[in-house]
Design a binder for this molecule. Sequence first.
Ligand SMILES: [Zn+2]
Length: 279
Amino acid sequence: MGLSEYRKLGSSAEKVKAMISSGRVPHSFIIEGDNNIDKEGFAKAFAKALMCVQMPGEGCGRCITCRKIENDNYEDMFFVRPEDRTSKKSGTLSVKDDQISGLQSRLMGKPTGGDRNIAVISHGDTMTQRAQSRLLKTLEEPTPGTVIMILVENGEMLLPTIDSRCVKLRLNDIDGRSETPMTKLAAEIVEMIAGGALFFDIRERLDKSIKGRADAYAFLDGMESALSMCMRSGGAFSRDDAARAVGVVENARTAVRMNVVPKYAVRDMVLKLRELQRL
Ligand SMILES: [Zn+2]
């Protein structure tokens, strides 16, 4: 699958395309998405888009590089997945310190196929503290050309020092997920902001529904989905505004994660979105 296939999971595919075409690809990413989302599939599509010379920014799916990436045997792409070798606590799988150490030595080597080494840490939120501390060293001083993708269900399990060094990409199953009260609310709020509704009215509507962090996260997911729809096919927000608005929503998510009272983080986001609409 090419990267475009992942447009259905929100704005991440577009962001990656833009980074590749600008030639500025950051070295580390946290790719967040629920359990049912194929994050490794996205990581492979990302890698193809990055390495394919036939269709850069997309991945042709037919060349030797794309095929090797698809089949898990591209020489410069390394996967780390949770293992349970200590098995003292049965049932708990985690990514261990020595796995990260092994990854680090592979990343020190020069890439053989292209000009990049790519590392994918699957279920990165199961990394032990020691594993995370070790990984941090690589994130601080990566070998040029290295791209590290940390796949997580819950980014809050990562050390803040890791979080702050990575670009966050979120995958949302927009079409597969049935409409929830929060996605409906988000669509309504997007319409209200675009229609120039009074802040007072918007706030009243929000305060009724957003009580805690879980509500706020669900609402922000809904906002991102609604804005992604605008980015793809236009709507209440123009495509350009929607792209900028997604950044504002992500900042609100970070604020909630940093323990800003969810209600205030959401209000602040609404104010910023209103300003953005007025420009
Ligand atoms: Zn290709």
